[in-house]
Design a protein around this ligand. Structure first.
Ligand code: AMP
Ligand code: MG
Length: 319
């Protein structure tokens, strides 16, 4: 079901759910002030109720409507990176429903950098809770057809084309005395540190339950293996002795070629890989392979850190 901006706004006003594009991934949005609306998101995703949602607003200034005691670090980061792929965790305020923050005293807030998302948020005029528009634990959607593949007619989708960043936002916890990165994402650690003028730790395990922190997450059906260069070729051939394998890489080398080895294109720069990873994982799954080998540069600089994080989650043992 495709829909217009006006129809999407009307759905939000009625407490219904709409999927909309952002620069990171597609979001599954609902009025963040209404318990009944937010409950629909959790039910559709199959997401545990203690996993809080990111609240999206149209303007930096709207942070004051959903938060209190916003500190200097949060102000600086918001001014530098909003609209953009950065989520700030701050003390909650305003008239958000309890469910949107999973009952906690902090809220995660973002101003997305996408013309359709900003038009939707602006026209709606209130905070919109939106996790990624996929079923819980599955690969995030970076195109409208990915949302339709997961939800069919159950969710109306505003189609804004493919997402330009392709990985989720960076989450920075600014609710305490010193900021910390809870999830690496579209804004690099280096850029955050340059903005704040000091080192910022990356806390990949914390007492706070963050959905992106579950070990196996962002995972396709096929098992995922990550390997560098020659190792990826050798691994693909070994796995193909038993099963059908997809290799995600810029090209399929002669060394990787063999019966049962299929090639799925993945660009060579960190930016291209971030943008294309999720759709490449979905394409490999659609080919019906048993295993996916991702040829990765393995860098943890710049966007490489977020890529490495998502790849380690996609390849983690499944529960
Ligand atoms: P998703 O939209 O599925 O990418 O998930 C949103 C992310 O924001 C999840 O990892 C949440 O757990 C995280 N998040 C939302 N609210 C908070 C909060 N108050 N404190 C820490 N993390 C949060
Ligand atoms: Mg998600």
């Amino acid at each position: 079901m495709t829909l217009t901006l006006e129809a999407a706004v009307a759905l939000l006003r009625r407490g219904e759910v709409v999927a909309f594009p952002t620069e990171t991934v597609y979001g599954l949005g609902a009025d963040a002030r209404r318990s009944d609306a937010v409950a629909r998101i959790y039910a559709l995703k199959g997401r545990p109720a203690d996993h809080p949602l990111i609240v999206h607003v149209a303007l930096r200034e709207a942070l004051a409507d959903v938060a209190t005691e916003v500190n200097e670090a949060a102000h600086r980061l918001g001014s530098a990176f909003w609209p953009g792929p950065l989520t700030l965790v701050v003390a909650r305020g305003g008239d958000l429903c309890a469910e949107v923050t999973g009952g906690r005293s902090t809220v995660a807030v973002r101003v997305p950098d996408h013309p359709l998302a900003l038009a939707l948020l602006g026209a709606f005029g209130g905070p919109v809770a939106a996790p990624s528009a996929n079923r819980f634990g599955a690969v995030s959607p970076t195109a409208a057809e990915h949302v339709r593949a997961d939800f069919g007619d159950a969710v109306a989708v505003l189609d804004g084309g493919p997402c330009v960043v392709g990985l989720e936002s960076t989450i920075v916890d600014c609710s305490g005395p010193s900021p910390a990165i809870l999830r690496p994402g579209g804004v690099t650690r280096e850029a955050i540190e340059a903005c704040l003028g000091h080192a910022v730790p990356v806390l990949l395990t914390s007492a706070v339950r963050v959905s992106g922190q579950l070990e196996s997450h962002y995972a396709p059906h096929a098992e995922v293996h990550v390997a560098r260069g020659d190792a990826a070729d050798a691994l693909a051939r070994t796995l193909a002795a038993h099963r059908r394998v997809a290799v995600l890489a810029p090209v399929l080398s002669d060394a990787a070629r063999g019966d049962g080895v299929l090639h799925v294109f993945l660009g060579s720069t960190a930016e291209a890989q971030a943008r294309e990873l999720y759709s490449a994982l979905r394409r490999a799954d659609a080919l019906g392979v048993d295993a996916i080998v991702v040829a990765s540069a393995g860098s943890v600089e710049g966007l490489g850190l977020a890529l490495a994080d998502r790849l380690s989650k996609a390849s983690a043992p499944r529960s």
